[in-house]
Design a protein around this ligand. Structure first.
Ligand SMILES: Cc1cc2nc3c(=O)[nH]c(=O)nc-3n(C[C@H](O)[C@H](O)[C@H](O)COP(=O)(O)OP(=O)(O)OC[C@H]3O[C@@H](n4cnc5c(N)ncnc54)[C@H](O)[C@@H]3O)c2cc1C
Length: 347
């Protein structure tokens, strides 16, 4: 039976960044990342990958600042990675200036402006706009795969290999794999994205109070111009993003459907999705209301209070859960990975 120091289940952006962090902190440790699919093909493949440098709580802002600096360092070190800086403006009721100034991290430096960084929408009546520095968006699927490629000489990746059972004991954690193999790890990290209820570990994660919510982002049939930037509608928890590589716009809003199944939710837009999304778009960017052609439909795991969760698992001291990206799992992935590595390196 094979044995490794650390096994990470889930090769999404979070699992891959945990592997990167552990490879840097523990050069001598044997590391394996397992995924039943291909690397970066879960929620990470559907992500809009937007980094809006803000946070509603002090913890969110701390994690955002950490991740902001991490991604900035990554872009400096490897400019070819698919992370693209973006002009960005936030729109809100003029009376909410204090909230804007509190919620955006210092590097964002919100500054009142009369113009939006695009021509596809206007400043809504009775609203104000602030220019935001340091925003970006990424092709999260491409980025995850590029990071995995860099790690491969050091970290074993087992793609197309499902973990079908997890058996923690005081001396190690034994994984039963869909291939019929078993693997024992000194420590196990569960980074399963929205598959928190997979039968292999449902008994371990049930008490974590993680729920899975549907996410819908509209693809708008409106071309982008090279200098177009993103517009964040602070009071509506929505944003417009120019997908330059794809040549169209994306509109993200809050989809209120909970407890969905990640294996079936991605099968396409439901009539209620279209109606809810169109209503939100009509309020925030009415000129684009007729441009709804398609969408990306998937889901994400949400922690208690809608925040990420990085924790040891009660009754299984060798197991760490890291995830519940709560719709911000790309933006916060470096901070989540850092906290997971802190837990793994405690002993
Ligand atoms: C439409 C959409 C838009 C989004 N937009 C943004 C955004 O703009 N900004 C932002 O910050 N975040 C955004 N998010 C959220 C972000 O994409 C996610 O939080 C993040 O990708 C989660 O990464 P992860 O590594 O936890 O999960 P995943 O990428 O889902 O990775 C988990 C992996 O675990 C594997 N797995 C599951 N079960 C098993 C098993 N039994 N055995 C082996 N492997 C298994 C899966 O195959 C999967 O590859 C968006 C999400 C969606 C769906």
């Amino acid at each position: 039976m094979a044995r490794v120091h650390v096994a990470i289940v889930g090769a999404g952006i979070i699992g891959c960044l945990i592997a990167r962090e552990m490879a840097a902190r523990r050069p001598e440790a044997s590391l394996v990342v397992l995924d039943r699919d291909q690397t970066g093909c879960g929620a990470s493949r559907r992500s809009a990958g937007t980094h809006i440098p803000r946070g509603a709580t002090a913890r969110f802002r701390r994690m955002t600042e950490y991740s902001h600096d991490y991604y900035a360092g990554l872009r400096r070190a490897r400019p070819a990675l698919p992370i693209r800086a973006l002009p960005m403006a936030v729109v809100a009721d003029a009376a909410h200036e204090r909230t804007i100034l509190e919620r955006y991290i210092p590097a964002a430096a919100p500054l009142r402006t009369d113009t939006l960084p695009c021509r596809v929408t206007d400043l809504p009546e009775r609203s104000a706009a602030w220019r935001i520095s340091g925003g970006h968006y990424a092709d999260v699927h491409g980025l995850t795969r590029a990071l995995a490629a860099e790690l491969r000489p050091r970290v074993a990746f087992r793609e197309g290999v499902e973990v079908v059972a997890v058996d923690p004991s005081p001396t190690g954690v034994t994984l039963r794999l869909g291939t019929g193999e078993t693997l024992t790890a000194d420590r196990l990290v569960l980074a399963p994205g929205p598959w928190t209820g997979h039968p292999a570990w449902a008994a371990l994660t049930r008490a974590l109070d993680v729920r899975v919510k549907k996410i819908v982002a509209l693809h708008l049939d409106e071309p982008t111009a090279p200098d177009d930037g993103a517009v964040v509608f602070q009071d509506h928890d929505a944003f417009l993003l120019p997908l330059h590589a794809e040549g169209h716009w994306l509109y993200s809003y809050v989809c209120p459907h909970w407890d969905v199944d990640p294996d079936t939710v991605g099968r396409g837009l439901a009539p209620s999705d279209l109606a809810e999304a169109a209503e939100s778009l009509r309020v925030c960017a009415p000129r684009l209301a007729g441009r709804v052609g398609s969408a990306r439909v998937f889901c994400d795991a949400y922690g208690p209070q809608g925040e990420p969760l990085i924790t040891g698992v009660a009754g299984a001291e060798r197991v760490v859960f890291a995830g519940a990206g709560s719709g911000f799992g790309y933006r916060l992935a470096p901070a989540i990975a850092g906290e997971a590595a802190d837990l793994l390196c405690q002993d």
